[in-house]
Design a protein around this ligand. Structure first.
Ligand SMILES: *[C@@H]1O[C@H](CO)[C@@H](O)[C@H](O)[C@H]1NC(C)=O
Ligand SMILES: *[C@@H]1O[C@H](CO)[C@@H](O)[C@H](O)[C@H]1NC(C)=O
Ligand SMILES: *[C@@H]1O[C@H](CO)[C@@H](O)[C@H](O)[C@H]1NC(C)=O
Length: 321
């Protein structure tokens, strides 16, 4: 009698962890997903209070002040108040506006606010005044607020700096070859791409349902079995027409926690195709001399400004940056 109970107990003791594991791995969740092709819609919920923010600093050339001719490329760098050293390195390297005598380039850093001291706030203000390249608003700077930061860039470009041919959005821990960006875009005022260009490293993937993941997504948050195609948000390019349309459509669509998924949703809604180019590296490719990077447009993993500057200088000497 006792033995029988004991056996049952052992069985339960084995089954329960198994069920918990299945649940943690999200296997059951997958069964409940909706077919994207048949059921996709967005927004999912009807309680979307738009996030309000106010600009604290604007770039000095807002509304085309002091700008004689339209830029070929505007670089919008997603940064944070504390990353001053990265901004200094970027201004000297791939963010240098006068890199090419015949190509007009503008540079903007996108910032929010941190739990900052008055001193940090004053420093950001002084930096903005000195360089005139800071766009900063009073939303809290955090990983899951990156969508707000990106949309702030789209909004400012759309409403206040809308005559650039192309816009490059990039994180401040990237290496970028502006030379390869310009080559990718093509020569002259025209480009060999669609008028509506949204380009970068494209993913066609499915939501992560195992609960250990930093990128875990519940059915409540997103019930479908795949994402719309999306461009990784660390580095991507929009043509002027695509940017204006993305903002126009995006302003009516509630934000999503992940900025690259959100832009994918907006592009899907706006019928803007995403253009895949594997030379936008979202991981860090090992740097093994200039030849190894000759075709790279952008690479993640250069959060150390000293290393980034060294690599960029070598590549520039080799004529690849
Ligand atoms: C959202 O709520 C508003 C007002 O309550 C309503 O008019 C609208 O139809 C709702 N939209 C959806 C998609 O349920
Ligand atoms: C384009 O920019 C100008 C000034 O920079 C602004 O007056 C105009 O409203 C902008 N266009 C759009 C569509 O927002
Ligand atoms: C994002 O910013 C808003 C507005 O400042 C703030 O209320 C919210 O807490 C921030 N989100 C995170 C994850 O910090």
């Amino acid at each position: 009698m006792l033995k029988k109970h004991y056996k049952l107990l052992v069985k339960c003791a084995l089954v329960i962890p198994f069920i918990i594991l299945v649940d943690l791995l999200g296997l059951l969740t997958h069964l409940c997903e909706l077919d994207f092709d048949r059921h996709y819609y967005y927004p999912l919920h009807n309680e979307s209070a738009p996030i309000e923010y106010e600009y604290l600093q604007l770039p000095s050339f807002t509304d085309n002040r002091n700008i004689a001719e339209p830029p070929r490329l505007t670089i919008l760098v997603k940064s944070a108040v504390g990353n001053l050293q990265r901004r200094h390195a970027i201004r000297k390297t791939w963010g240098y506006e006068s890199r090419f005598s015949d190509v007009h380039i503008k540079r903007v850093f996108l910032l929010g606010v941190t739990d900052e001291s008055d001193a940090a706030h004053d420093a950001a203000e002084a930096e903005a005044k000195h360089y005139g390249d800071i766009l900063r608003a009073n939303f809290r700077d955090a990983y899951f607020n990156n969508t707000i930061k990106t949309m702030m860039g789209l909004r400012w470009a759309s409403e206040h700096f809308n005559n650039s041919d192309f816009y490059l959005f990039v994180d401040d821990d990237y290496y970028v070859s502006i030379k390869n960006v310009l080559r990718f875009l093509g020569k002259g005022r025209q480009s060999h791409h669609n008028k509506e260009l949204f380009a970068g490293f494209v993913f066609e993937s499915t939501p992560l349902r195992h609960k250990f993941s930093k990128w875990y997504v519940s059915l409540e948050e997103y019930p479908f079995d795949r994402w719309p195609p999306y461009v990784t948000a660390g580095a991507f390019i929009l043509s002027r027409d695509a940017l204006l349309k993305m903002y126009e459509v995006g302003r009516t669509i509630p934000l999503f926690r992940f900025d690259d998924i959100y832009l994918g949703i907006v592009a899907y809604t706006a019928h803007i195709p995403v253009h895949h180019c594997e030379r936008f590296l979202f991981h860090k490719m090992p740097y093994d001399g200039p030849e190894s990077f000759s075709n790279v447009i952008a690479s993640h993993g250069f959060g150390d400004p000293v290393e980034m500057e060294r690599v960029w200088n070598e590549l520039r000497s080799a004529n690849y940056a």
